[in-house]
Design a protein around this ligand. Structure first.
Ligand code: FES
Ligand SMILES: [Fe+2]
Length: 457
């Protein structure tokens, strides 16, 4: 760029090596999707706080957005057998998903057409031959058709053929089951934008759920989610990560209205740290000394640590990970799909997140943290475990099943939320001011949400 050309909003980037530079320098080839940059300046006006606080805004979200968008409800391995059912709840909505005899899926509004009773309780997961309403005993086939009304003589006005459960759209992608309450939704694969194409390299249907933590967080679902859409906060919130984490030079991509991504490298020091660090120092910061790793002439810490992960994780999983790139082995690669679904294609950081409103409480939400593991070839995915429920009063470090290092980081994120909510309530300013590049995914998410709320139906 010439000396007199003005830099446009959104053009500026952190000085020093970019995520792309670091990954392209790796000695192993990386799937091209990872270094495919897609950024576009989306504006720089403040983004309103009312969306996090106002019960009327929440009501509009429930009616106009949650009611009409694709949402990840569960994994295929939650309901592997005919007759398996799963109840997915979001705000006031409750949806029943049922595996049919022919192994296809059907989904219904979880409400009895007689007097509204939930057929199965919130969060239930059962194997049923028929749905029998617990209140008066109306029964329904797994396909939703009415089977039997006790005291049929009293309901001459009910046309049995027309009296089934209310059907909800259900489709699968990558081992995830999605529902949509809209009467005529766009096909899921279109809605998912680049995900089906990019994840050809990372087939999540060949993974299975190994750990699921359902934690209540003290913030609106959007506010909590936004803390996971950027790595800008690493400097102040997770400072111990700086020797090994790419934060200010993380890559942010917006692929469309629904899907965005960040890629932040691990094993390369933060641009905030002054002075060059030796590869040996970086390897030490990654934990290399603890497991006796050393650098050969010309090797990078990323290379050595990724090989260590390939060996140890490959052995644990009983898989050959030699074909994986360094980036896939160790970087934090996070895809987000509106409204609340996050999926990481990486091997050592294989997370899935979901953020849901906690009923009608605008000040809290439900955070589902799920970990997926690669399923060895030829194996059938084991049935998914039930969630470990963690209340507001407990921390992630209180969950022994979770890696303590990850738990510590999640707790740092959660610790900000109450204080941020209180600050927003106290603010004279009406909205948050976002960075043009590093916080663009937050802006994109809020723009997409606004589009739903602006629509008529
Ligand atoms: S409410 Fe379901 S049978 Fe009465
Ligand atoms: Fe964080």
């Amino acid at each position: 760029m010439g000396k007199h050309e003005t830099i446009q909003p959104g053009d500026a980037r952190c000085p020093g090596p970019s995520t792309r530079d670091i990954i392209l320098d790796d000695p192993t080839p990386t799937p091209p999707a990872i270094t495919d940059e897609r950024y576009e300046f989306l504006g720089d006006s403040d983004v309103s706080y009312a969306a996090y606080l106002d019960p009327a805004y929440h009501k509009a979200e429930v009616e106009k957005m949650w009611n009409r968008t694709w949402q990840m409800a569960c994994r295929e391995e939650h309901i592997p057998d005919a007759g398996d059912t799963f109840v997915y709840d979001v705000a006031d909505h409750s949806i029943l998903i049922a595996r049919q005899r022919d192994m296809s899926l059907k989904a219904f509004i979880n409400s009895c057409p007689h007097r509204g009773m939930q057929l199965l309780a919130n969060g239930a997961r059962e194997n049923v031959k028929t749905f029998v309403c617990p209140f008066h005993g109306f029964s329904f086939k797994p396909s939703g058709e009415l089977m039997k009304i006790p005291c049929q003589w009293d309901f001459p006005h009910v046309d049995k053929a027309q009296y089934g459960l209310d059907v909800v759209h259900v489709e699968s992608w990558g081992g995830f089951i999605f529902i949509n309450m809209d009467e005529n939704p766009e096909p899921l694969l279109d809605y998912l934008e680049v995900l089906p194409e990019h994840f050809k390299a990372w087939p999540t249907e060949e993974r299975h759920l190994t750990l699921h933590i359902e934690k209540i967080l003290p913030a609106n679902w959007k506010l909590a989610m936004e803390a996971f859409l950027e790595a800008y906060h690493v400097l102040a919130t997770h400072p111990e990560g700086l020797p090994t984490a790419g934060d200010a030079n993380a890559q942010y991509d917006v692929f469309g209205e629904n899907v965005s991504r960040f890629v932040h490298t691990i094993g390369f020091p933060s641009p905030h740290l002054k002075g060059k660090r030796s590869e040996a120092a970086i390897l030490k910061a990654l934990g290399g000394d603890d497991v006796g790793l050393t650098l050969e002439e010309g090797q990078t810490a990323r290379e050595v640590w990724a090989q260590h992960l390939k060996d140890t994780l490959g052995q644990q999983m009983g898989m050959d990970l030699s074909g994986k790139s360094i980036s896939e082995m160790m970087d934090s690669i996070e895809y987000y799909c509106f409204p609340n679904f996050f999926v990481f294609p990486g091997v050592s950081l294989p997370m899935v997140y979901r953020f849901r409103p906690n009923g009608d409480d605008v000040d809290s939400c439900i955070f589902d943290l799920m970990l997926l593991s690669l399923t060895p070839e030829g194996d059938t995915a084991p049935t998914a475990p039930d969630p470990i429920k963690v209340g507001l009063d407990k921390k992630f470090v209180d969950v022994p099943e979770l890696n303590p290092w990850l738990a510590y980081i999640y707790d740092q994120d959660v610790d900000n939320l109450l204080q941020q909510t209180r600050g927003i309530k106290a603010s004279r300013k009406k909205g948050q001011t976002l960075g043009n590049y590093q916080e663009v995914r937050i802006r994109r998410m809020r723009m997409t949400l606004d589009n739903y709320l602006k629509s008529d139906s």
